[in-house]
Design a protein around this ligand. Structure first.
Ligand SMILES: *Cc1c(COP(=O)(O)O)cnc(C)c1O
Length: 445
């Protein structure tokens, strides 16, 4: 792929060659391999604000945002100095530390239905542990999840999953036994009737319902009005737990996550939440929390086991706490505004070239579906022109704009995206929209 403005990424290509000899596919998480868009992934050396710089010294305006954590922009000075200070005191002690208490307190201040919180190291661990806890608490085994929602890669949730599983068209995963998946009931997203029917039939066996607060791993597909409230009330009625996965939306779309935009107004709250991404500020940290009577079933106060050598790690906790402290109301207002402008620019450019697309939002999260009609579930999400997206992606890259390398991923803006970011975007868009139009006309899969 020839870069029109930039030198060829020869250092990244050489690194990718080396990486493929020692790491499956050359990457430590599948979507990073750029299989869906082609070309050699850029190895990123540094980032500052809304920009990242690759191993060839090429700068990009970044809309990956570390897949969410970089909400304050890369290398935010306050966060960096808190992390450096924490690292200087030692990396880990295997004992409680003050910042993990501060982080839990900050989260509880923002989301009052979180009465107790436990820190873990990844979103995968957070949802996996929440599911175990729901089963332990209810004494039931079945879990309801929705097709296209991604909750990490624990066996019982890796069924009809979004994110990389959507990008690669994998319905599930080899290595997940029928046993591990058999207690997972997968239902179409945004379909109230189907959930109600399943509860009517087997409500007494369902330990919990897990859903993305707003689905954003099959592209952005917000819940239809009343869908989450419906899940909350079905769970309450049948004695199941409602688990809201806010790993992506939490502390990003508002100071209290998606729940702050919806549940707070509608008067419902989940029994358990999963958090990740933003709350670690870029270091490996995630959490699950919720009702005290449920959370207190965890060891050491209760019989549900859950643990972690590095859980509540002092450097990660300092990074997360500094990031949340930086996320004040002005940050959320600014991100909302920039996200809206970015969406309008992108949509306007595609429309001008006659590219079929729908831009969908969940608060400040958005993605572009390359198809004519809106999307409410995974079956519809999959029917888009991923070839058109790939052409668009490559042309944006050539102009120095880094998009998430899959049509099934949300775009991330940060508090560091500003008017100059919009200028750079606006400059890149016309040629990229033309490339997308050309791919659309060439026909496709
Ligand atoms: C990213 C994500 C996860 C998994 O988190 P990891 O830290 O990658 O394990 C779970 N749920 C949602 C909604 C996510 O977006």
């Amino acid at each position: 792929m020839a870069d029109s403005h930039n030198p060829a990424p020869v250092v990244s290509a050489a690194l990718f060659e080396r990486a493929r000899r020692v790491t499956p596919g050359g990457v430590n998480s599948p979507v990073r391999a750029w299989a869906a868009v082609g070309g050699s992934p850029r190895f990123i050396i540094s980032g500052r604000g809304a920009q990242v710089t690759d191993a060839d010294g090429i700068e990009y305006l970044d809309f990956v945002g570390a897949w969410g954590p970089a909400i304050l922009g890369h290398a935010n000075p306050d966060v960096v100095s808190r992390v450096q200070a924490a690292a200087g005191r030692g990396m880990a002690f295997g004992a409680p530390c003050p910042d993990e208490v501060g982080l839990a307190e900050e989260i509880i201040r923002r989301v009052p239905a979180v009465e107790r919180l436990r820190l873990v190291n990844s979103g995968t661990e957070a949802t996996m542990s929440a599911i175990r806890l729901a089963r332990g608490f209810t004494g039931r085994s079945k879990i309801v999840k929705f097709a296209g929602c991604y909750h990490g890669h624990a066996d019982n949730l890796l069924v009809a999953a979004g994110s990389g599983a959507a990008t690669f068209g994998l319905p599930g995963s080899d290595g997940v036994t029928a046993g591990a998946a058999s207690d997972t009931i997968v239902l179409p997203y945004n379909n109230r009737e189907v959930v109600a029917a399943v509860f009517a039939n087997q409500g007494d066996q369902i330990a919990g319902v897990i859903t993305e607060a707003a689905a954003a791993n099959m592209g952005v597909v917000p819940p239809l009005p009343g869908f989450n409230a419906h899940l909350a009330s079905l769970c309450r009625e049948h004695g199941a737990l409602f688990i809201l996965d806010e790993v992506m939306t939490g502390f990003r779309v508002s100071r209290a996550g998606w729940w702050g935009l919806e549940g707070l107004r509608e008067g419902w709250a989940p029994d358990l939440y999963a958090f990740g991404k933003v709350i670690g500020g870029g270091l490996p940290l995630a959490a699950f929390g919720g009702r005290a009577d449920v959370m207190d079933r965890l060891a050491p106060t209760g019989p549900v086991y859950q643990a972690g050598t590095l859980s509540g790690n002092p450097v990660a906790a300092a990074c997360g706490l500094a990031t949340l402290h930086g996320c004040d109301n002005a940050v959320y207002t600014g991100i909302d505004r920039i996200s809206r402008s970015v969406g309008e620019l992108v949509s306007g450019a595609l429309t001008a070239q006659g590219v079929s697309h729908v831009l969908q939002r969940a608060g400040s999260l958005f993605s572009v579906f390359f198809r004519a009609d809106g999307v409410i579930d995974y079956d519809q999400a999959r029917l888009q022109r991923t070839d058109v997206f790939a052409a668009f992606f490559q042309a944006m890259l050539a102009a120095g704009v880094m998009l998430p390398p899959s049509a099934f991923e949300a775009w991330f803006v940060s508090a560091a995206h500003d008017e100059s970011s919009l200028d750079k975007l606006a400059e890149a868009l016309p040629a990229a929209a033309r490339a997308a139009a050309k791919a659309q006309d060439a026909g496709g899969r």
